[in-house]
Design a protein. Structure first.
Length: 124
């Protein structure tokens, strides 16, 4: 079974949830091998998925990523408020001033809002 990867390990490598992988299976995007009640993904299939998604593990579920443009940055001594226009959506993220500076966030810069529950993480 060394060429098989358990669903949880595959999800972690891809940066998605096991529920996402089950949904991909239902949609016919991937096929798992079953051993008992466990799902396994062939290692070469995992490698293909990682290549499709870019470098492994750095991306998250696509439905939680909103590509956009920074339209405003308000920074004080410690915190920064970053506003993005993502299609028809306005997304606001509160982060450390240091993080905003490291990402070089300023109006007109492309960025991606990664949404997880009530937290918005901005990537560039």
């Amino acid at each position: 079974m060394e060429d098989l990867v358990r669903i949880g390990a595959a999800a972690q490598a891809l940066g998605v949830s096991t529920d996402t992988l089950r949904r991909w299976e239902r949609d016919g995007r991937i096929a798992f091998e079953r051993r008992g009640r466990q799902r396994y993904l062939r290692a070469d299939e995992l490698a293909r998925l990682l290549r499709e998604r870019g470098t492994g593990g750095e991306r998250t579920s696509a439905r939680n990523r909103l590509a956009g443009i920074v339209v405003g940055v308000e920074a004080d001594g410690v915190m920064a408020k970053v506003e993005l226009a993502c299609g028809p959506y306005r997304v606001v993220s509160l982060m450390s001033r240091e993080a905003a500076e490291e990402l070089e966030l300023r109006p007109g810069v492309p960025a991606t809002a990664v949404v997880k529950s009530t937290t918005v993480i901005v990537e560039r």
